[in-house]
Design a protein around this ligand. Structure first.
Ligand SMILES: [Zn+2]
Length: 80
C-alpha cells in the first residue's frame, strides 16, 4: 500500500469580478481541506481566498510537523 498518503482538496468557490474594484466577490467562498491518510487527521477546512492560499502553501509542512504517524516513526529511531 504505497498509494496516496495525503489528499489536498481545493474548492475554488464561485464568484464574479466586481467591475468597479476589479476584485472577486464570492457568492460561495473558496475552501480547502487536507486529509492525511497516515494518521487519519483532517486539517481544515478553511474558507476565504487568502486563508485558502496560505493553507495550501503551508499545510503539508505544518501537518508534517504535527503528524502523529510521522513523529512517532522519527522519534522512535532516536531511542538509545
Ligand atoms: Zn498525518
Amino acid at each position: 500500500m504505497n498509494g496516496v498518503a495525503s489528499l489536498l482538496t481545493i474548492d475554488t468557490g464561485q464568484g464574479y469580478e466586481d467591475r468597479e474594484t476589479g476584485q472577486i466577490r464570492y457568492t460561495r467562498p473558496p475552501r480547502a481541506r487536507y486529509e492525511c491518510h497516515e494518521c487519519g487527521t483532517t486539517e481544515g477546512p478553511v474558507a476565504g481566498s487568502v486563508r485558502v492560499r496560505e493553507f495550501v502553501a503551508n499545510v503539508r509542512t505544518d501537518h508534517r510537523a504535527r503528524c502523529s504517524a510521522r513523529t512517532t516513526t522519527q522519534q522512535g529511531a532516536h531511542t538509545a
